[in-house]
Design a protein around this ligand. Structure first.
Ligand code: SHN
Ligand code: NAI
Length: 289
């Protein structure tokens, strides 16, 4: 038998009986495919996702230093937060956030009570950051009964998910996880990764977002999906980050003119076409005047 994290076994699906053929005998074979080109499976990792908590209710228990860091992540993700912690234990940063983000945070100034989990409506996520291991375990156990995902800051076995070290720059978020092995190292690696990014990375992402929106208007069809994705990918490959970051509305319009024929003009050509066109427009204006 496999060790604890892998202990769950396969099961027989209720709609299948002994008369059902072996499902694997129905799986097609692909003789021309080379499986060695597929990504290798490395069990034991975490499922890294970008969880959408916008306007969802998150319960945060505790108001110390760790709670302050959790608040930053939650507020950055536009969550609605209920924070339960006695006033005497509040970290200055937590106290500050309670005052500056009153529309996002409901503050309950006392210790956690077991009824909190059922009286607060529609909790989607629970985080504890308290210095009381017994209370932590109680909250964890109750969350499991209620099927609520929970992170107990200092008890990895009582975490449905871990936090990671996050680099944030505009729409860009990079999370480093060491799977519980070395949180401090995660922070150091995050800094190294952030330092190695091209300048203006955030601006480039914002501009690509705008271009993608314009492309969606120009070619909205579902059937265009493949062509759209291929064209967009090529733009990202052909243009340097600095060029993308400096992209103007006119640049985007000129670039999009190539989409129909699957053409991706480079930065220099786009600028040239744009300036020639501007010149022509000026001439037209003068002639018209
Ligand atoms: C499992 C996990 C669960 C979770 O909290 O979600 C967890 C658990 C524990 N952390 C402990 C200690 C420290 N944690 C930090 C810092 C961070 N810890 C974070 C995440 C995680 N910590 C999750 C795994 C993430 C991963 O491995 O990648 C970060 C990345 C994110 C965040 O919390 O926001 C944030 C850095 C953010 C940043 O700066 O960018 C520091 C350093 C510091 O404070 O500066 C120390 C002291 C030095 C050290 O131990 O490395 C201990 C006590 C160990 C003991 O008693 O000795 C436990 C419990 C245990 O390990 O048993
Ligand atoms: N990322 C991580 O996983 C890390 C975890 N830790 C652990 O996280 C925990 C919290 O750390 P800090 O914020 O530094 O501690 P802290 O002592 O600054 O804050 C604890 C907070 O919990 C509150 N609290 C205690 N019992 C409570 C209860 N029953 N109900 C509501 N609030 C309660 C206190 O009033 C205080 O606001 C500690 O156990 C610490 O070891 C510490 C560093 C990193």
């Amino acid at each position: 038998m496999l060790p604890a994290p892998y202990a769950s076994s396969t099961y027989t699906h209720p709609t299948m009986t002994s008369a059902t053929p072996d499902p694997l005998s129905l799986v097609p074979t692909f003789p021309d495919e080379d499986p060695s080109t597929y990504p290798p499976i490395q069990p034991g990792g975490s499922l890294i996702l970008a969880w959408q908590v916008r306007n969802k209710r998150v319960l945060l228990v505790g108001g110390g230093n760790v709670a302050a860091t959790r608040l930053v992540h939650l507020l950055n993700a536009d969550a609605l937060i209920t924070l339960i912690a006695p006033p005497a234990g509040l970290h200055p940063e937590t106290a500050h956030r309670l005052k500056t983000h009153q529309s996002r945070i409901t503050y309950v100034p006392r210790h956690f009570e077991p009824t909190d989990l059922t009286t607060i409506p529609s909790i989607s996520l629970v985080l504890t950051a308290i210095d009381d291991p017994i209370a932590s375990t109680e909250i964890y156990t109750q969350c499991k009964k209620l099927n609520l995902p929970v992170n107990v800051a200092d008890v990895p076995p009582e975490c449905d998910f871990y936090f990671g070290s996050v680099h944030r720059d505009g729409p860009l978020q990079i999370m480093v996880s060491t799977g519980g092995n070395g949180p401090k190292l995660a922070a150091m690696i995050r800094r190294k990764v952030a330092d190695s990014l091209p300048k203006q990375t955030a601006e480039a992402i914002v501009k690509v977002g705008e271009l993608r929106k314009m492309l969606r208007v120009l070619a909205p069809g579902k059937e265009e999906g493949g062509k759209r994705m291929d064209w967009m990918s090529r733009v990202c490959e052909v243009w340097e980050f600095e060029e993308l970051a400096g992209m103007t509305k006119v640049d985007m319009e000129v670039l999009l003119e190539g989409y129909k024929d699957g053409v991706v003009r480079g930065f220099k050509e786009v600028r040239l076409v744009g300036s020639v066109r501007e010149g022509e427009e000026e001439d037209d204006k003068r002639e018209g005047a």
